[in-house]
Design a protein. Structure first.
Ligand code: GRF
Length: 217
């Protein structure tokens, strides 16, 4: 029997991070298997791609439910039906209730396009440019009830270049997201990322240099 962690990816749109997770999961030694891609929006472009890949998909349109709880009950049933053990949110644009978040505590992760705790919420790149930061990036974290909160598993830094607009910066950060998210899911699925007292310990030593300068000096 496979020991890979049965993982669901939740999307609301384009799904480029989902693709990067699906592609990584095809590696023989990757510790997570994508058993379900679910969207709360019927028109999410990523769902069509997932179907073409032969993945199991579910569309659970939140607009058809009278409350968040009713939507989540339906989602929970789909997750149970597929024996899901881990959830990766990838551009999933619904806030979960504290009850759902608690049920999946330390088994649900998210990617956000900033170096948290800076620039939570939407329009991160425009706000990073406006603030004049020299380095931004992306963060993968365990999900907690507050938006874009939770113990940080992995981050990657990206330079803000002179002349960047929100689109050019978003495109460079996105390339980094596609590398960091599969790496973070690998750590979580392999049991190498443990959350304790709001911090995550990684049981793996990285040989990378520990300083990133911008401007490069
Ligand atoms: C990404 O930038 C992700 O960090 C954010 O929403 C965007 C989703 O893009 N949470 P995609 O659907 O994965 O292409």
């Amino acid at each position: 029997m496979s020991t890979k962690k049965r993982t669901a990816i939740l999307i609301s749109g384009r799904g480029s991070n989902m693709k990067s997770l699906v592609e990584a999961s095809r590696g023989a030694d990757y510790p997570a298997e994508i058993v379900l891609v679910a969207s709360n929006r019927p028109d999410a472009a990523g769902i069509g791609w997932a179907e073409k890949q032969g993945l199991r998909t579910a569309v659970i349109d939140h607009k058809l439910f009278p409350s968040r709880e009713a939507f989540e009950t339906n989602l929970q049933s789909a997750l149970e039906e597929h024996g899901v053990e881990l959830i990766a949110l990838a551009g999933f644009m619904r806030l979960m209730t504290p009850g759902f978040v608690e049920r999946w505590r330390d088994r649900m992760i998210n990617i956000h396009p900033s170096l948290l705790p800076s620039f939570k919420g939407l329009d991160t790149h425009a706000r990073a440019i406006e603030a004049g930061v020299k380095i931004t990036g992306c963060t993968v974290h365990f999900v907690r009830a507050e938006m874009d909160e939770g113990p940080i598993i992995a981050q990657a830094a990206v330079r803000v270049l002179p002349g960047d607009d929100p689109e050019t910066l978003a495109a460079r950060v996105l390339q980094t997201e596609h590398r960091v998210y599969p790496a973070a899911l690998r750590l979580v699925a392999a049991g190498q990322a443990q959350s304790k007292d709001q911090k995550v310990t990684i049981n793996q030593h990285s040989g990378e240099t520990d300083t990133l300068f911008s401007p490069a000096i």
